[in-house]
Design a protein around this ligand. Structure first.
Ligand code: 2E7
Ligand code: F3S
Length: 338
């Protein structure tokens, strides 16, 4: 795991009187901690890439967009010497820039080359796989229906591989209205961090409308997204409250809140930090589910558990639905440094 563990944010010591936070039926207050949760292999690799680049080349190291969608990670790396920019035009000519885990379009690579930037590509290998699918299907004259969300960096990067041939379909409603030419060969691919269930609902509508629609060769929703959704589905039916640690712009974290609610959680909230937890959320709550998105360092989850213990939720059961041991090698530009 990377070194981004940083100081514990201050946890508020406000406490409700115990009588107000006791389990409604007098039963025990408990926490169900989802596993897997937190960092995936692609995030670990991307964060380490920035840290290694700073160590080896010295600050500043420019990073195009947030390396991963987590406030704490971005703030911590900024303190270490990373400079986050929105566009390669903000990077001084000839300087070194890291591309984020979400991937970039060929245009961004070309702009960086034009400005003689030294690039380190931290695109998750599972995103690169989707880019390669898009390139191959475009070369084979397919119309590609990309299931994903407009404006997300991953979607911008993937669409940039074949802008003329990719049509974005954001949800089941858009699947009902999207138009394609009758003569076109059709395939769907997807963003890696979507809700599995909503994506299948979208694809099923597309299949009914377009019987010629082909499936991608393998799942595009990545293993980490799927595993975190399976784990939260397991705890949600028994949870009076689910807390998801993750940032507002983190697609996979936001999906975890939705999935928790769809699978029976009585309430679910996303927080970046333990200090954002509102004590009114604990009224009439006996069981709290806790999970975190793929871009979230574990110390932020531990802060949430510490705060929960402070409110009387001291019993923590980890609910394990999968083991993960995938690791990716560092971006090639860093591997050769040893
Ligand atoms: C890269 C990719 O940074 P995240 O919160 O990103 P999302 O896509 O969920 O907003 O999580 C890690 C990650 C996920 N997917 C990084 Cl393509
Ligand atoms: Fe990659 Fe999936 Fe993580 S696409 S960065 S392994 S959430």
């Amino acid at each position: 795991m990377s070194a981004v563990t940083v100081p514990t944010p201050t946890i508020p010591r406000r406490r409700l009187p115990r009588s107000e936070i006791r389990a409604p039926d007098g039963g025990r207050q408990r926490v169900m901690l989802a596993a897997p949760r937190g960092y995936c292999a692609g995030v670990d690799r991307a964060v380490i890439a920035v840290e290694r680049a700073i160590e080896h080349f010295g600050a500043p190291i420019y990073v195009r967009k947030e390396i991963v969608h987590n406030r704490h990670v971005v703030e911590t790396l900024s303190e270490q010497g990373a400079v986050f920019v929105d566009d390669t035009t903000e990077v001084p000519e000839g300087a070194r820039v890291v591309f984020s885990a979400h991937g970039v379009s060929p245009t961004v690579h070309a702009e960086a080359a034009d400005r003689s930037l030294a690039t380190i590509d931290a695109t998750c290998p599972l995103v690169t796989k989707v880019h390669k699918e898009a390139i191959r299907f475009a070369r084979d004259d397919f119309r590609i229906l990309l299931v994903g969300h407009a404006g997300h960096e991953e979607v911008e990067g993937t669409m940039g591989e074949a802008p003329e041939q990719i049509t974005l379909v954001q949800n089941p409603e858009e699947a009902r209205t999207v138009e394609v030419l009758e003569s076109e060969k059709l395939v769907w691919i997807s963003q890696t961090t979507l809700s599995v269930d909503e994506t299948m609902a979208t694809v099923n509508i597309l299949r009914q409308r377009f019987p010629q629609l082909q499936d991608p060769p393998s799942d595009d929703i990545c293993y980490a997204t799927q595993n975190r959704q399976v784990a939260v589905k397991k705890i949600a039916p028994e949870a009076d409250l689910v807390l998801v640690v993750g940032s507002a712009n983190s697609s996979n974290s936001v999906r975890l809140v939705e999935v928790a609610l769809e699978h029976g959680a009585k309430a679910a909230h996303r927080v970046d930090f333990a200090r954002e937890i509102d004590e009114t959320w604990f009224h009439d709550v006996a069981s709290v589910g806790v999970t975190s998105g793929a871009s979230v360092p574990e110390n932020l989850v531990q802060d949430v558990l510490a705060l929960l213990a402070d409110y009387g939720f001291e019993d923590v059961d980890e609910v394990v639905t999968a083991e993960e041991d995938l690791m990716f090698s560092l971006p090639k530009e860093l591997r050769k440094l040893g």
